[in-house]
Design a binder for this molecule. Sequence first.
Ligand code: PEP
Ligand code: MG
Length: 758
Amino acid sequence: MPLTAAASAREILVRLHDVMAARSSAQAKLDAVARIIGEALDSEVCSIYLLREGLLELYATRGLDQAAVHVTKLALGEGLVGTIAKNVETLNLDEAASHPDFAYRPETGEDEFHSFAGVPIIRRERAVGVLAVQHAEPRKYDDVEIEALQTVAMVLSELIANAGLIDQRGDGATRPQSTAATRLEGLKLVEGMAIGHAVYHQPRITIEHTVAEDIEAERHRVYAAFDKMREQIDRMAQQAEFGLDGEHEEVLETYKMFAYDEGWSRRINEAIDSGLTAEAAIERVQQRTRMRMRQIGDPLLQDRMHDLEDLSNRLLRIVSGQMGTAAQLGLRQDTILIARNLGPAELLEYDRRRLKGVVLEEGSLTAHVTIVARAMGVPVLGRVRGVRQTIADGDLLLLDVTEAGSVLVRPSAAMEEAFDAKLLVRQKRRAAFAALKSEAPVTLDGDRLTVMVNAGLRDDVAALDVTGADGIGLFRTEFQFLVSATLPQRERQLRLYKDVLDAAGDKPVVFRTVDIGGDKALPYLNHHDEDEENPAMGWRALRLALERGGLMKAQARALIEAAAGRTLNVMFPMVSEAWELDEAKALFEAQREWLGKRGKRLPTEIRYGAMLEVPALAEQLDLLLPNIQFLSVGTNDLTQFLFAADRANPKLAERYDWLSPSILRFLRRVVTPCNEAGVALTVCGEMGGRPLEAMALIALGIERLSITPAAVGPIKAMVRSLDRGKAMRFMDELLARPPRGLRAALAGWAAENHVELA
Ligand code: PEP
Ligand code: MG
């Protein structure tokens, strides 16, 4: 008797519930399931194939020859069953033999059967087996029956996982595309190589129970979870409006649309009606959507699918009470973290010893999460497509962010060997760079340049010794704020600054006052009560600090006290007009006086500096330079404003080149006034850490760089192989009449002149 309603699926699940609860063996349970399904669908045949050692083995059958059990084995992609598993798709055929993938297996005696329907048994988006029914009469199974089969497949997935029957080879299973090693390409964000196991930042929930004990209770659980999820999404949307969250507006809109989508909640409810637990029902609906989307294959819809996956996982986490990110759950082994995108604070939550690399579906070169990862020495590959379809939790990954960025998923032994060999070469090269530690960055024509490091975390100071750098040219004080759950009080700030100065010894440290706002939002600092459409150009950094005088005062006191008896170098971010610097400086001076009056020991000298990040400031250098001792160009922000191209927008990540006439000409214009005013000019953006770009900066007349520690060796090597005078002459010619491919022209010149570009 064919099924007519979800109630019938429920009857099957009630019977399966008893099977699952019985104390019998896994084989007996599978036999019972085959019998129950066969009977319920009135099918002559019901068979269960499980993936074992890479092959689909007939594990239980009602209707086929019993002698074929554990004998018939199909490769992935072989026959109808193999095709279902390989593609993770459902097949429903009234005439099986006419399907191009049909493969006849005489030992099963299946030649009498015409119709065929099969569904994959899925665990973590991969097929771990196949459930198939066959009929002597040619007939197509109707939708309700297929639905019932798919629901039963979920229960089977639980059964075989509990019985330890998940194929252990390569973590057990096949993926939608293939089981073979796969290479995914991406954008090089932070250089490096790493081996590790995939861990999703937002862990997928493993469903433990699929069959509901109490349908009403499950329904309530799902209602409550929906309410909570909608609340969360509304809050996120609200925060985004107030510039407190970097989450993309478009994504939030889509989230909102799905969160309130009646169809989605109705389908989940229907799945609960059929006897599934809330978790299994959510997953069941998601599986069905995934299959549909795969069939449609529209890239636009695929993007939407991505959002729905996110939301579905969120709902699952809420309903199962498993709310934490992978960081909160703790990493157990060498990890390569996978995320759509991350905030800098989220990344900082991870244990640096276990976090070996990051793969992002989005990401851009100068987003703060990238800078934080660089500071942590963690390679990052960005803008990787097809991550979720290809990488499963626990997969072994070889992350190679060197020449072209790629990640190898489930590598073969030969690939691992080749990777190790490359890693060795790289380590040797790094050792050669490390040997430059005690060599000064002197050009071939005898100019001693200054190479400093960027830092932000307490441990970064160690980089001074490791690299032999000349000092810390940029200490991003906001990192302490980002890693903290609450606003760091003055005492905590003071302790950090003092530790940093102590560790740096004689070498100078330039503390930049907090640069928060933009993509460095602090959840605990309710810093805006108006909409902010462009937080990067909004109320951030010095703008915020000048208005929130209390914040800057506390920081000023902490810095002044920490530098007692030594030189304090303070730098202000995002100065847009000269008077802003004057105000900031006045605030510091007032604190110096205040502390002095209270008998505190003061710094021997306070040196002030500004960051040149807002192009407008370049037009006020005559007003600014007399009041500062140093100027530091933040090319990350400067270029985003010069090109009007959001530094965190992945779509623009590759659009503009640092080696463009606009940037180089802009920077050249700044060099002379600084020299004339006796103001030390440094470049502290990411640009300076790239050998070719650094060569260009030096050719413009810039003598000081502050860069990521890992770049010190390669930059020193470049400097020591460079004839600066010659480079400056070439740059003059180049900028007089810039060719279209300025980068290629510079690279060509470097090669001709044997400049070492790592
Ligand atoms: C810059 O903008 O180049 C810079 C160094 O500051 P941050 O990257 O922290 O904004
Ligand atoms: Mg900046």
